[in-house]
Design a protein around this ligand. Structure first.
Ligand code: GDP
Length: 440
């Protein structure tokens, strides 16, 4: 996420590192680079210029903080301003109303349908709500099918009516259906078009007026940079929406949209999409995003994601197995699946302070576990529970079955063995000992 921008900002702020004091000259030099980095990231020129003027004013007026090193001071000022620019505080969604109605808007391909599913899943699991999805795209039957597929995947009911060509009626019928059947949130997925046009705008604003949603969300593909900002402006002029959803932040995004959208439409970014899976949704925290842009990582989000996947019952079972020396490859596979559920690997690494920068050239993707999974899948039940039975001929068979080599099978066996030993050590109070050793 935002690798290029992070890199350039890092270099710009480095300029100050060698100086003992903040002066007008070195501040100007640094901020020129910061501005260039922002513009390159597709931030609107005026926003970038205003941004650097504010930081400059603050930097030169910082008497109190003279004790700090200039580099650190500048990073702090840039971080605070970035946070402010992206909205300051986190913005929640309005779930009042019974049912609460959430209207999705945005261009075709922006990720509306995917996000509707992610939001339904998020509300269902996090906020114990009972959502209903409503399919209002009357032009593309495939869009209705897609929402049904998503609904099935997450176990959320989808209301659709293929015989009706009036999206207002479908949305109203959907809301009535929700009331009759005890759903307390209705998420309405609407039709988008490839570009802003009058027919789409009239349609979405007619639906908006007719159903008066508690929350109108505008979904936009962050990869489109300044176009995203312009589209947001057009939709906001017509809908006066409540919040922005930035999708595809896992892609090769320059960051411009995330940084400029709030100041152009004066509406907060509420959620971000970070992948195609239903779990790849995050509440947007401006400060955490600023941390990530500046390469400071986002440990809080990382821990939160881990906690979401943490199942106490499972953890207890696992502990017992480890204690009894019964930790096998099936458990290992299970653990891998848990990690994968936390999200895209590159994204996770980016949350570790400093790691994003260090590992940006290393190709990590969701396939990182592909070989391991294939190897384990090629093992028999006996081999999975008792890896010690895996002899040379079995290794050959497993390698063949999984499309890997004996060396790769050996590697995994070795890793597994080391991991089991380590787990055993942590269990037997060794964890504490290890921590003490590390503290020196
Ligand atoms: P819609 O036309 O606005 O409903 O857009 P879709 O929900 O059909 O999404 C368009 C494409 O973008 C699909 O292939 C989605 O899988 C993909 N997509 C949606 N959100 C994300 C995201 O956050 N990250 C990535 N990488 N792909 C996404």
């Amino acid at each position: 996420m935002f690798d290029n921008l992070s890199d350039k900002l890092d270099k710009a702020l480095h300029v100050l590192k060698g100086h003992g004091q903040i002066t007008e000259v070195n501040v100007a030099e640094t901020l020129k680079e910061v501005r260039r980095a922002l513009v390159d990231a597709d931030v609107n020129y005026k926003i970038a210029k205003d941004f650097t003027s504010i930081v400059k004013e603050k930097a030169l007026g910082q008497d109190v903080l003279k004790a700090l090193k200039p580099g650190e001071l500048m990073v702090k000022l840039v971080k605070d301003e970035l946070t402010k620019l992206m909205g300051g505080d986190v913005a929640g969604i309005n779930l009042s109303g019974d049912p609460s109605i959430i209207l999705m808007s945005g261009l075709q391909g922006s990720g509306k349908t995917t996000f509707s599913g992610k939001l339904a899943n998020f509300l269902k699991t996090k906020k114990t709500k009972k959502p209903l999805l409503v399919a209002c795209d009357v032009y593309r039957p495939a869009a209705i099918d897609q929402l049904h597929v998503v609904g099935e995947q997450i176990g959320v009911e989808v209301y659709s009516d293929r015989d009706t060509k009036d999206p207002v009626k479908i949305s109203q019928d959907g809301i009535a259906y929700a009331k009759e059947n005890g759903f307390n949130v209705v998420i309405i997925d609407t039709a988008g078009r490839l570009a802003v046009d009058e027919v789409m705008m009239t349609e979405i604003s007619t639906i908006h007026k007719a159903i008066q949603p508690q929350e109108t969300l505008f979904v936009v593909d962050s990869m489109t940079g300044q176009d995203a900002v312009n589209t947001a402006k057009s939709f906001n002029d017509v809908l006066n929406f409540d919040g922005v959803i930035l999708t595809k932040l896992d892609g090769d995004t320059r960051g411009g949209a995330a940084i400029s959208i709030k100041s152009v439409v004066n509406k907060p970014i509420k959620f971000i999409g970070t992948g195609e899976k239903m779990e790849a949704i995050d509440v947007f925290y401006p400060e955490r995003m600023a941390d990530r842009i500046l390469g400071m990582g986002d440990v809080v989000s990382l821990v939160e994601r881990a906690q979401e996947q943490y199942d106490e019952e499972e953890a207890r079972k696992l502990q017992k197995k480890i204690a009894k020396n019964q930790f096998g490859f099936d458990d290992f596979l299970n653990q891998i699946q848990q990690v994968k559920k936390m999200g895209n690997m590159k994204d996770l690494v980016g949350m570790i302070p400093g790691a994003g920068k260090m590992m940006k050239d290393i190709d990590i993707d969701d396939d990182a576990f592909k070989h391991i999974e294939a190897i384990i899948h090629s093992m028999t039940l006996e081999e999975r529970t008792q890896p010690s039975v895996i002899n040379a001929s079995r290794k050959k068979r497993i390698g063949k079955g999984s499309g890997t080599s004996v060396t790769q099978v050996n590697q995994l066996l070795k890793q597994f063995d080391q991991m089991s030993k380590m787990m055993k050590m942590m269990q037997g109070g060794g964890g504490k000992k290890m921590m003490q050793m590390m503290k020196g």
